[in-house]
Design a protein around this ligand. Structure first.
Ligand code: MN
Length: 445
């Protein structure tokens, strides 16, 4: 692992150790393989919180951390080791590695990942019970969701822990880890910003190259194939989420991702997609005219959404509230729609705007970070280092009979990834055109 990345994960572990009480034990559970069908498994996806602290991308691993230190008996040296962190990994196994790929092995953890101490998984159960048998741990932090979903060899190792919980729980509090990690992940540090910048740049570049090749008569999945070809070509191993390529009335289905329909001349095509780089995500949307030129009505709706997006982006700076941006976005869209005379009595603009203005983006596309004001805690106000999407949309489906026919089957969303900076904002995906003329120029024969 590159040094910069090692330092990043180290800084996350240090920060967590600093936040928590001396008497805490943290159990961060990695993912295991998930069956796909028969003897096949899904592409391995590491648990994002586990990745945040380790950068380790192999299944069945667990990280233990204790701010006050843990005493672990080391069989090899016959000595007690005192450490604040210990990673448990799969046993190196030449036969299994021949079939299923390399395993790091516990002896390479320190040099490869920079985590102080490591052992094989077979020791995890005993070590947790040893650490808990002392009288210094009175809080255990673990993700209850991950504990519930636990499978594979870690599940076996944690059986003793879950069974003994009934007696343990009179003295020790079980705390959910996700809340604290969600707060930590709220602001991105420089390493993370660089990963997201790359994911966003590759996504923009793939859009740029693919949009030029869109023609009537193609299938939605063919546009998807082009996009994802460029993601892989530029070193992004996966998509951030299932790519949405939606033509015609499908533009009005928010999470349409079957992508099986033919793209028709005269329709709009909405593409919402992102590349994943080093587990960090990009997320962009462009809406383009299949024939290369917007109709008058398509252009009118498009321009309302584009103006709203510019207006919202312009407002972004530290101290601004995400909920205010959302309100502002809806106001802007409403004004535009009213001006066209499309907002009829008895109808509300939110029937056509459907969703909020954006979301935090990071290790998860809709990032699993603190995002709501609960009690006195404020996670609504934007801070330097937040990365959010800005993605207003207007949707007039075929079924919206109150809207003149010419304006139906028009769904428009425009989405960019925006970093909050000291002086305001930086649009990470700024290189990708979105002006009407620029899109039409891009699509010219
Ligand atoms: Mn999005």
């Amino acid at each position: 692992m590159e040094n910069a990345q090692k330092q990043f994960h180290l800084s996350r572990r240090s920060k967590l150790l600093n936040i928590l009480d001396e008497n805490s034990l943290v159990i961060v559970l990695g993912s295991t393989n998930v069956p796909r069908s028969y003897d096949d498994i899904h592409r391995f996806k590491q648990n994002k919180n586990f990745y945040y602290f380790t950068g380790f991308n192999q299944p069945n691993a667990t990280l233990l951390m204790a701010p006050g230190g843990m005493e672990i008996y080391d069989e090899k040296t016959n000595r007690i080791v005192k450490t604040k962190e210990a990673l448990f990994v799969q046993k190196a196994d030449p036969l299994k590695e021949t079939w299923f790929g390399k395993r790091l092995g516990f002896d390479k953890v320190k040099s490869e990942l920079g985590i102080n101490y490591a052992l094989e998984n077979s020791k995890l159960g005993d070590i947790i019970s040893d650490v808990l048998s002392g009288d210094n741990i009175n809080k255990i932090y673990v993700s209850l969701n991950d504990l519930d979903a636990l499978d594979g060899e870690i599940k076996d190792q944690l059986k003793g822990f879950t069974r003994s919980w009934i007696t343990l729980s009179t003295n020790v509090q079980l705390m959910d880890l996700n809340y604290i990690v969600g707060k930590m992940r709220f602001v991105k540090n420089d390493f993370e910003i660089e990963q997201i910048r790359y994911a966003s740049t590759v996504t923009a570049s793939a859009f740029y190259n693919s949009i030029q090749q869109v023609k009537p008569g193609m299938y939605e999945y063919q546009v998807q194939a082009m996009l994802e070809y460029y993601y892989k070509k530029f070193g992004c191993a996966d998509v951030a989420f299932e790519t949405i390529v939606a033509g015609g009335n499908n533009t009005c289905i928010l999470h349409y991702n079957t992508n099986r329909n033919k793209i028709k001349a005269g329709d709009l095509l909405l593409i919402d997609s992102g590349a994943e780089y080093n587990y960090y995500n990009g997320d962009l949307t462009r809406t383009i005219p299949v024939s290369g030129k917007f109709t008058k009505e398509q252009r009118e709706i498009y321009q309302i959404v584009l103006d709203a997006q510019y207006a919202v982006i312009k407002k972004i700076k530290p101290g601004v509230k995400l909920t205010d941006l959302k309100k502002y976005s809806v106001e802007q869209l409403k004004k535009g729609v009213q001006k066209l005379g499309l907002l009829k009595k008895g109808h509300d603009i939110t029937e056509y705007t459907l969703h909020g203005v954006g979301h935090h983006i990071g290790l998860d596309t809709h990032d699993a970070v603190a995002n709501k004001n609960i009690g006195k805690t404020d996670f609504d106000t934007l801070l330097v280092g937040n990365i959010i999407t800005v993605e207003p949309g207007l949707y007039f489906p075929e079924s919206a009979k109150e809207i003149p026919a010419k304006y139906r089957k028009i769904g428009v969303r425009i989405e960019d990834d925006v970093l909050v900076t000291k002086t305001g904002r930086e649009v990470l995906s700024d290189a990708l055109p979105k002006e009407v003329e620029d899109i039409e120029f891009l699509m010219m024969e």
